[in-house]
Design a protein around this ligand. Sequence first.
Ligand SMILES: *[C@@H]1O[C@H](CO)[C@@H](O)[C@H](O)[C@H]1NC(C)=O
Length: 378
Amino acid sequence: MFGPNVFAACLALASSISFGHTAPAVGAAVEARAVADHVVTKQTIFYPPTSYKTPRTLYGRTAQLADGTLLATWENYSPEPPMVYFPIYKSSDKGQTWTSFSTVTDQVNGWGLRWEPFLYVLPQAIGSLPKGTILCAGLSVPDDLSHTKIDLYASKDNGATWSFVSSIAEGGVAISTNGYTPVWEPFLMVYKNQLVAYYSDQRDPAHGQKLVHQVSSDAVNWGAVINDVAYPTYSQRPGMTTIAPLPNGQWIMTYEYGGGPNPKNAGYPVYYRISSSPLTFNSAPGQILNAGGTVPTSSPYVVWSPSGGVNGTIAVSANSSPEIFVNTKLGDPNSWVMYNTPQWGSYSRELRVMDNPDYLLIRYEVAELVGVYVEACV
Ligand SMILES: *[C@@H]1O[C@H](CO)[C@@H](O)[C@H](O)[C@H]1NC(C)=O
C-alpha cells in the first residue's frame, strides 16, 4: 500500500498528477510505456499572466494516452474576448515537463468553455468514436452567466484537434444557490459498452441539487436523467461525483454532501456509496468518510490502485485536507486512514493512479498556478 513517507513526499505541490501508478480500469492490462514513472516534485504546468481574472486557474484535470503521454487542462480565466477555452498541455515524460499543445474551444454556443472540464480516454469504440478518442466534457457558459450547458468534445488525433460531439445537458443561470437551475461538474466513464455522463443537477424543483447520470451508446444521443444521489430534504446539495471501480466488482462513488450530517459541524462532508453497478448508486446507502475522527470536506476525488495488497487501495482527496484518505478494505467505513502529505489541499484536486500503480499523481492549483506532482507511493 502507499506508505506515509511516500505520500508525504509524493503529494506536495502537485497540481495535476500525484500517484505514481496508472489508474487502472478493472482488469485492464498495463501497456508498456516509453518513460517509466518517476518522482516529479513541484513542477509547474502553467503560470497564468496577471491579465487573467481571479482565480486565474482552477479545477485541473488530466488524461493519459496509450503511449503514456499525459494531457492536462483546467478552468482558464483568460481576459474576454476572445471566448474562454480549455487549454491542453502535454507531458511526454510522465509529468516532468509540460508544453502548450492545443485548445478546446466552443464551436456551437458563442459562449466559451468556462468551467469544470473533464478529460477521458475512450477504452473502447463508442459510436463513431474509436478506442483511444479523447473526450473533453465541460461547462459552456456565457460571460453574463445566463446559461449552463455541459458540452462534449472529442479528439481523434491524440489531443491535437477537437470537435464538438453533443450537448449532454442544459440548465439555467450559473449560480450555485438553491432555486436556480444550472447543471455542473461532469464526470465521464464507459460502462457496459455505453458512455455514462455523471453531473450535478439543480433543475429538479424537488431538490436544491442532486446527482444524476445519463447514458449514451453513441456519445450523441443521451438517455433519460437518472438519479444517483437525491436527498428528500430540498435544501441539501450533494455534489461533485467521482467514481472508481473496485476489484470485487463493486463501484465506489464519492461526493460532497452539502447540508449533510457531519459530527464535525463542517459543511460539505465527503460521503461515499458502494454499488454493484455504477448506474444504481441511488439505491445504495450513503456513508460518511471518517478517518479516525477526521471528516474531509468539499470537492472529493476518488481513485483505486491495485497497489496495496489483495484489495488494492482506495484513495480520496478533498479540498479541506492536504492529506489523502486511504482504504485498503474495499471501503469498509471503519478502515479509512489519513496520510499526511507536504502538499496543501486545493479545490477539486485531482488524483490519478499512474502506469506503475505505486505512483500517484496529484493535480492541484496553488497560488493561482497549475502544477503537477508525481510521487512514488510504494
Ligand atoms: C480486504 O477487504 C475485506 C473487506 O473489507 C477485509 O475483510 C479484508 O481484511 C481485507 N484484506 C486485507 C488484506 O486487508
